[in-house]
Design a protein around this ligand. Structure first.
Ligand code: PNS
Length: 172
């Protein structure tokens, strides 16, 4: 196959998720993805949770700020079926992070369902650096809410926003 007949023109990938909030594990995967693909779109799911801690505007602002110096990272939102969004954007790959074996079952189901829905779209699994393998947005929110330190586990902007939210709650 010649370079011109590549089935992945432009090697554009979509990295979907809720990102409520973005963690250093996500940042690690996106940075790796940006080296592997010509362009990677961080696609934030609208309405993933009924009551997200971070509004969509905040999640967009945070991700755009964190990746402001990586020109091949785009941040966008999507709703509806992921494969429809991926197709609409002209991408051919979905990137997902695999932290541990426990992630595998759900990720495997999603990858195969997405393939059944759209056979031309491949899911590419990437592993974060091992020091991030236990981080999840859910645990970050829980640990912070209970007074634990999350520095180094989320971008500084996320930590600052978490503190603001806590201060707002304390004032009420
Ligand atoms: O950060 P998350 O919550 O692990 O991301 C899950 C996400 C957004 C990838 C998944 O919920 C999703 O793709 N939702 C869009 C709706 C969809 O396409 N569902 C079928 C997936 S097989």
């Amino acid at each position: 196959m010649t370079a011109n007949s590549s089935p992945w023109p432009g090697r554009l990938a979509v990295y979907p998720g809720s990102f409520d909030p973005l963690t250093t594990g996500h940042v690690d995967i996106i940075t790796r993805g940006a080296r592997l693909f010509d362009r990677i779109i961080v696609a934030i799911l609208v309405n993933a949770e009924k009551a997200p801690l971070f509004s969509m505007a905040e999640r967009l602002e945070i991700a755009r700020d964190v990746f402001r110096d990586l020109p091949n990272v785009e941040v966008d939102t999507f709703d509806g079926l992921l494969v429809d969004y991926v197709k609409r954007r002209g991408a051919h790959a979905i990137v997902r992070g695999l932290r541990a074996v426990s992630d595998f079952e759900f990720e495997f189901q999603m990858a195969l369902m997405n393939r059944r829905l759209e056979a031309a779209i491949e899911t590419v699994f990437m592993m974060p650096a091992e020091q991030y393998s236990y981080i999840s947005s859910r645990l970050i929110k829980e640990v912070f809410a209970l007074g634990g330190r999350v520095s180094g586990l989320v971008p500084e902007m996320v930590e600052a926003r978490l503190r603001d939210k806590q201060a707002d709650l304390a004032r009420k």
